[in-house]
Design a protein around this ligand. Structure first.
Ligand SMILES: Cc1cc2nc3c(=O)[nH]c(=O)nc-3n(C[C@H](O)[C@H](O)[C@H](O)COP(=O)(O)OP(=O)(O)OC[C@H]3O[C@@H](n4cnc5c(N)ncnc54)[C@H](O)[C@@H]3O)c2cc1C
Length: 297
């Protein structure tokens, strides 16, 4: 994606596919021009080479590009795609496609198309199913495997025990009705916010759902929400109140547990929907909570 940076002033062609309807290249080019980007940008829509339904899955198109299958007339998918894009190239020094240029071998596809078009090719992230997201996820799980991390998913943490010092000693997960204990030196709480079920609420107030950590909220329930859908709602900021090591604090301002660290949507204080900061808050707090938990362990 890096060659597609908006701060780069190389002239640009955006290419969309008739079969991949969630990226409209001419519209995107118009909007970029209207936004005053420091480069010329045009958009073109081409038919994806080969026989595909109008709503073909992006993974099918990605695999066709990766395998470089015969796309008719004795020419391969990539050859025919380059042939279709070339008439639109003009002076463009770089060409952006929706992010469907392959799966595990995207770099091969990108290099080949760049050579055929004599312009640097880049991908533009699009909505789900997101191939860049799937590639990142694959790399994350590979890295976890290499680091010897074991994982269990799909079984909720339902209970915990503390030691005499008030540290969390173990948590229990529910597996088909059986309570299975897990023990660690430190724990990262990343159960999400009101939507992810990490924060629960009733008439008495909101609370963190697994460990019962304090969640600050106005006493008057009428003050939990403002007037109008897009108002500055107090409930949108509900979540645990962490110290600078990301340990959730109790109502008196002391850490609830010395070895519990919070990250992501369960952390309160910001209206991430209004700020459009959800991923940023999740990434930043995930990094810090992971590091501080590792120090604690
Ligand atoms: C509809 C919607 C659309 C969004 N779109 C965007 C977007 O376009 N861009 C953006 O940046 N952000 C978006 N967000 C916000 C983004 O999803 C959140 O910032 C991010 O998901 C928070 O990550 P998280 O890991 O903290 O929580 P979550 O993604 O909510 O994950 C929490 C996980 O904890 C698990 N869990 C909960 N309780 C327990 C338990 N007791 N035991 C074990 N596991 C448990 C849940 O099953 C879940 O898997 C969107 C959020 C919503 C709700």
């Amino acid at each position: 994606m890096a060659p597609g940076l908006a701060s780069d002033d190389r002239s640009t062609l955006l290419v969309g596919f008739e079969a991949a309807t969630d990226f409209d290249a001419p519209l995107a080019a118009d909007r970029l021009t209207a936004a005053g980007v420091p480069f010329d940008v045009e958009g073109a829509t081409v038919a994806f080479p080969g026989e595909y339904r109008a709503d073909a899955a992006v993974t099918r198109l990605a695999h066709a590009l990766e395998r470089d299958e015969d796309a008719g007339e004795g020419r391969s998918t990539r050859q025919r795609l380059a042939d279709r894009v070339r008439p639109h190239l003009g002076d463009a020094e770089r060409v952006g496609f929706p992010a469907i240029l392959g799966d595990a071998h995207v770099e091969d596809v990108r290099a080949d198309l760049s050579e055929r078009l004599d312009a640097e090719v880049f991908e533009i992230p699009t909505g789900p199913p997101s191939l860049p997201g799937i590639r990142l996820e694959d790399r994350l799980f590979e890295a976890l495997d290499e680091a010897g991390v074991s994982m269990t998913t799909g079984n909720p943490v339902v209970d915990h025990e503390t030691d005499a010092d008030g540290r969390i000693e173990r948590v229990y997960i529910d597996r088909n009705g059986a309570r299975i204990p897990y023990r660690a030196d430190a724990y990262v709480l990343a159960t999400g916010g009101l939507v992810g079920k990490g924060v629960d609420s009733d008439r008495d107030g909101p609370r963190e759902a697994v460990f019962g950590c304090h969640v600050p909220a106005p006493d008057d329930r009428m003050a939990w929400s403002g007037e109008g859908a897009f108002a500055d709602h107090a409930f949108a900021r509900f979540g645990v109140d962490p110290d600078d090591r990301l340990r959730p604090l109790d109502a008196g301002g002391s850490p609830e547990f010395a070895n519990l660290f919070a990250a992501g949507g369960v952390v309160g204080g910001a209206d991430v929907a209004r700020e459009k900061s959800a991923s940023g808050v999740s990434l930043a707090t995930g990094l810090v909570a992971g590091r501080t938990a590792a120090e604690e362990a």
